[in-house]
Design a protein around this ligand. Structure first.
Ligand code: SDX
Length: 392
């Protein structure tokens, strides 16, 4: 601490705001959305219900949920010109970069949603982004696969509609698979919010300048892309595949992860807040086991993941540093089983985190939080006079 400023790189010990949305206890591995335990919500709730709970603070009645879904469906069309923007991207463009751009582009097609102040206008912007983001995500995937960009159908549930937009055959044929639907619904719930993580803090600070909801979400997508954050779910599968290619010698990769001179880290391990276990990882690990059994899939990459977890739990380096599997360690196993390609894993995280970002942005605006503007400790040059170039 020097003068009035306390240096806190990574904000490890800084509370940026007061919030009533999500409670984490890192020591006890507790995660609650608006007071409800994640274990119960993952088991008993549907994703759209959890979206409503996070954003408005209460579990919705049947009619509140029905109106919410109707309002979202009414806003689920995306201007045809957005397809031209999407067409401009190379097929191999990473979907997170595409999605961050398309989400910002939505502002151009929805100017009334830029700078909103009233709760009513916030609601309109919220149902727009909840309606349009699943379409953008599905279209980004379809573009990569060279498939037609289309909509699902008004009669479907929120997650089912998304799956149909993703996987409907060119002939239009699509059959809902309850096992897949249930697994994805649970996964999205488990990703829905996580208090002031990197991408949520990004949404709040961009939103604090009153730049508007869509670009705040676009900034959150960009932050989530990083392999230290949401991008880890893609990096985990790539790591597990590399271990498999290399002959499955997990001990060799554990040694690399501990070697300070080796940049390799065990992706999907460690967490800034959870210092015993990530409650989401426990649920996802079981859901992965159940789904693979149900679908009759034998994924040897899951076996490698379990071997790594077992070794890490017994390795002093990991135990001392309290490094355990986090939300990203097993989620990719489920996405793979659902037929989702690895580049779409982090967009799936974004789809799940969208209600959390929205809830946190809304709370920040309704609380009339000041613009985010941290200070620094200056360590540069003291005052010096300008020298003309001939004298330098
Ligand atoms: C998410 O914040 C959130 O809530 C995020 C999230 C959410 O829902 O929003 O939970 C989602 O982002 C989960 C995290 C996904 N990232 C990864 O899996 C990437 C691998 N993990 C790490 O990079 C790291 O653990 C972080 C980024 C998750 C946490 O970093 P911290 O808190 O800054 O910890 P650190 O980097 O200071 O590490 C402490 C020590 C160091 O060793 P020493 O210098 O003390 O000797 O632990 C070591 C690190 O080298 N370490 C690891 C490691 N993670 C930390 N060593 C090997 N492998 C790892 N994965």
């Amino acid at each position: 601490t020097k003068g009035v400023v306390t240096l806190d790189p990574g904000y490890k010990n800084t509370g940026a705001c007061e919030s009533a949305i999500t409670f984490l206890d890192g020591e006890k591995g507790v995660l609650r959305y608006r007071g409800y335990a994640i274990e119960e919500l993952a088991e008993k709730a549907h994703f759209l219900e959890v979206c409503y709970l996070l954003i408005f603070g209460e579990l919705p009645t049947e009619q509140q949920l029905s109106k919410f879904h109707t309002d979202i469906k009414a806003q689920s069309h995306v201007d045809e010109d957005v397809k031209r923007i999407l067409d401009g991207f190379p097929k191999a463009a990473h979907p997170m970069g595409v999605l961050s751009s398309l989400t910002s582009a939505l502002v151009a097609f929805n100017p009334s949603s830029v700078n909103v102040d009233s709760e009513e206008d916030m609601y309109k912007a919220i149902v727009k982004i909840l309606g349009k983001f699943p379409v953008l995500t599905a279209w980004t995937y379809r573009k990569r696969m060279g498939l037609p960009l289309d909509y699902g159908g008004d009669s479907l549930g929120y997650v089912d509609n998304f799956l149909k937009m993703m996987f409907k055959k060119p002939s239009g044929e699509y059959t809902t698979n309850e096992t897949v639907l249930e697994a994805l619904d649970k996964l999205l719930i488990l990703h829905a919010d996580h208090e002031q993580n990197c991408s949520t803090s990004t949404v709040r600070i961009v939103g604090s300048s009153h730049a508007g909801l869509f670009v705040s979400i676009s900034a959150g997508i960009a932050a989530l892309w990083g392999p230290l954050h949401g991008g880890a779910n893609q990096a985990v599968i790539e790591m597990l595949e590399a271990i498999k290619e290399d002959g499955g010698d997990t001990k060799k990769f554990m040694a690399k992860a501990k070697d300070k001179d080796d940049p390799f880290r065990l992706m999907g391990f460690g967490h800034r807040v959870y210092k015993n276990f990530d409650p989401r990882a426990k649920i996802i690990k079981k859901a992965a086991d159940d789904l693979l059994d149900n679908l009759g899939i034998d994924d040897d990459v899951l076996d490698i993941a379990k071997a790594l977890e077992k070794e890490a739990l017994e390795d002093p380096y990991f135990v001392e540093r309290k490094l355990y599997p986090n939300v990203d360690f097993y989620s990719g196993i489920i996405y793979r089983a659902l037929g989702i390609p690895v580049e779409m894993f982090t967009p799936m995280f974004a789809l799940g985190r969208l209600p959390g970002w929205i809830a946190q942005w809304r709370e920040m605006r309704l609380n009339k939080e000041p613009i985010g503007r941290p200070r620094q400790i200056y360590i540069g040059e003291t005052h010096r006079e300008f020298l003309p170039v001939e004298k330098r």
